[in-house]
Design a protein around this ligand. Structure first.
Ligand SMILES: [Zn+2]
Length: 313
């Protein structure tokens, strides 16, 4: 029953006088938590036009464990609250841990292309690896088979195969710098560029990395993740970094955009993501490849901030 309650959820009679006003301002007068809508308040008209939601991103991890059994004990322990859809052993054995229709807990706090709920839109694959050793050929062969199957069944763009460190650059470094991203790219998974030509002078690195999917909210961590992924963590000059980012960006095309589904399959969360990245892509193309006769141009440095605020609003 409602009775004389302010929009802030506090009785007006409690908030009279300066001391109370100050008290309310500092403590109680915060916006109330949103209440879930009752089913009865929603009219239902069923449409036959739907299918199951589907993943549009694959996130790769290394387990940091010494054996498959060790990894399995962690990933199936309810107290650890971590999982993945698949675990690939050093010998190429593939273990399914969570049904693809379910939301595995593998990415945690993360960002890719504006999407901050990566667990809801991705398939998580753990590779049995201690984080320092090389990845055996049999394991990568099995991973390639699994990626081929997943990307075909769900129509996932090849550019949307990324690492945990790419989507959580301020917290994670997996898969390690020994992971063979180049070999994956040769099979159409992820991106790669050798000997990239110079980037346009106006190209802003943070903006270009955001267009690839990296978080513009943690620019330095994103830059470090980008360098680990594409040059094994080596130091590059500013010009080399921008050239690499520009080369990769040009390879994304329209199919590597966002983590929401495309076209008529665009979903609620993905729709906003795709719009943001589409706008970003158009701006980068505009400033980097100005039409003939265009005058002075520059990238707007506030664009990533606007995207961040829009997404977080
Ligand atoms: Zn991970």
């Amino acid at each position: 029953m409602r009775k004389n309650v302010s929009s802030a959820g506090v009785s007006r009679r409690q908030c009279f006088g300066l001391p109370f006003a100050l008290f309310c301002l500092l403590t109680a007068c915060t916006p109330p938590a949103p209440r879930p809508l009752a089913d009865a308040a929603i009219r239902v008209e069923r449409s036959p036009n739907f299918d199951a939601r589907r993943p549009n991103l694959v996130v790769l991890h290394h387990t940091s464990d010494g054996s498959l059994d060790e990894a399995l004990s962690v990933l199936t322990d309810p107290r650890r609250r971590v999982s993945a859809h698949y675990l690939v052993g050093r010998d190429g054995e593939i273990v399914r841990l969570v049904d693809e229709k379910e939301r595995a807990w593998h990415a945690g706090v993360s960002w890719w292309g504006g999407n901050t709920d990566i667990n809801s839109s991705s398939i998580g694959i753990e590779l049995d690896n201690d984080g320092f050793e090389p990845f055996p050929g049999a394991q990568i062969d099995a991973l390639l088979l699994l990626l081929t199957d997943l990307t075909r069944r769900y129509d996932i763009p090849g550019a949307n195969v990324v690492g945990h460190a790419d989507v959580a650059p301020d917290r994670k470094v997996d898969p390690s710098v020994r992971f063979p991203w180049r070999r994956l790219a040769e099979h159409g998974f992820g991106l790669w560029c050798d000997d990239p030509p110079p980037a346009p002078e106006a190209l802003d690195l943070t903006l270009a990395l955001a267009a690839l999917g990296y978080s513009p909210l943690t620019p330095e961590a994103s830059r470090q993740a980008f360098l680990r992924h594409y040059v094994g963590g080596r130091t590059l000059s500013d010009a080399e970094e921008r050239a690499l980012a520009w080369c990769l960006f040009q390879k994304t095309g329209d199919r590597g955009q966002g983590t929401g589904n495309r076209g008529q399959r665009t979903e609620d969360r993905g729709q906003r993501t795709v719009k943001s990245r589409g706008a970003l892509r158009r701006q980068i193309l505009t400033v980097s490849c100005p039409p003939a006769g265009a005058g002075v141009y520059a990238i707007t440095p506030r664009l990533p901030e606007r995207i961040g605020k829009k997404r977080l609003a």
